[in-house]
Unconditional design. Structure first.
Length: 277
């Protein structure tokens, strides 16, 4: 994030916004600048990825399902727009610690074979760590107290659209983002790879809510995709995994998705349509 902050300072914030009177390394200026950057990019990633997904991948027939709420898309977007500033605030605190050198992030711009292998290992390690951490965070959020006051809002959208991807209670959204930050305080990681992964996981979160169940057949036992997450929204007590089915299988919460058995929400819509004919 310091790379983005440095460029923002050089080309926009110092010459246009703050001038030279507020030092670039002042912690409060860094906080304000980072917050604006995180919020701006949060909105861009949300609307761009969710919008493109909705128009090009989402099956609009799902909006005919009886569990699809009145004005649901507007409500999903409204919830996300309200929550994102607060989620950005919480995340900015951790980004600030990273920018000020308290994490294990490092800069390596070399493009040799060794660096590429290290980056690949970074990505694999990051995904495996966060997948495990998010699974247990998600389980925690389904405990009665946390579910009632934090996570229940997200389960309002039983048959979701991509716009539900960030429709969380702000604290819920932050809790689920914490593993991404914790990783770089524990394990060295290339800062550019980290930024890339942070963007990718947001896009992946959108895809989990798009109702597109086209996971390659050979990956279905391994990858926790939209079909798995749809069942999670419907049944609450299964398929908590973010990327893989591993921890659901280990902890006994795996459920073979209804969509893979021809019994998912889209199948129900098509069946109802056939009966009407």
């Amino acid at each position: 994030m310091d790379y983005i902050l440095d460029n923002a300072d050089t080309f926009i914030l110092t010459p246009v916004v703050f001038g030279d009177t507020w030092p670039e390394d002042d912690i409060w200026r860094q906080f304000v600048s980072l917050y604006c950057i995180v919020l701006l990019f949060g909105y861009i990633i949300y609307f761009l990825s969710a919008g493109l997904n909705f128009y090009y991948f989402y099956d609009h027939n799902l909006m005919k399902h009886p569990l699809f709420l009145k004005n649901q898309i507007r409500r999903e977007i409204q919830c996300s727009v309200i929550s994102l500033p607060f989620m950005a605030l919480f995340n900015t605190i951790l980004f600030l610690l990273e920018v000020r050198g308290h994490s294990q992030l490092y800069e390596d711009t070399s493009n040799n074979g060794f660096s590429r292998w290290v980056n690949m290992l970074d990505i694999v390690s990051f995904i495996m760590f966060t997948d495990a951490f998010i699974y247990w965070n998600h389980r925690l959020l389904h405990w009665k107290f946390f579910y009632k006051y934090l996570h229940k809002l997200h389960h309002t959208w039983k048959v979701s659209t991509p716009f539900a991807s960030h429709a969380f209670h702000p604290v819920d959204g932050f809790i689920q983002a914490v593993p991404y930050h914790i990783y770089v305080f524990l394990v060295p990681m290339n800062k550019f790879t980290y930024l890339l992964m942070f963007a990718i996981v947001n896009v992946w979160t959108v895809s989990l809510h798009d109702g597109n169940y086209e996971v390659p057949f050979f990956l279905r036992p391994l990858v926790s995709g939209a079909a798995h997450h749809t069942d999670h929204h419907l049944f609450y007590n299964c398929n908590y995994g973010q990327y893989f089915t591993l921890w659901d299988r280990i902890a006994g919460t795996f459920k073979n998705p209804c969509a893979f058995q021809g019994k998912g929400p889209l199948n129900e819509v098509k069946s109802s349509f056939s009966k009407d004919l």
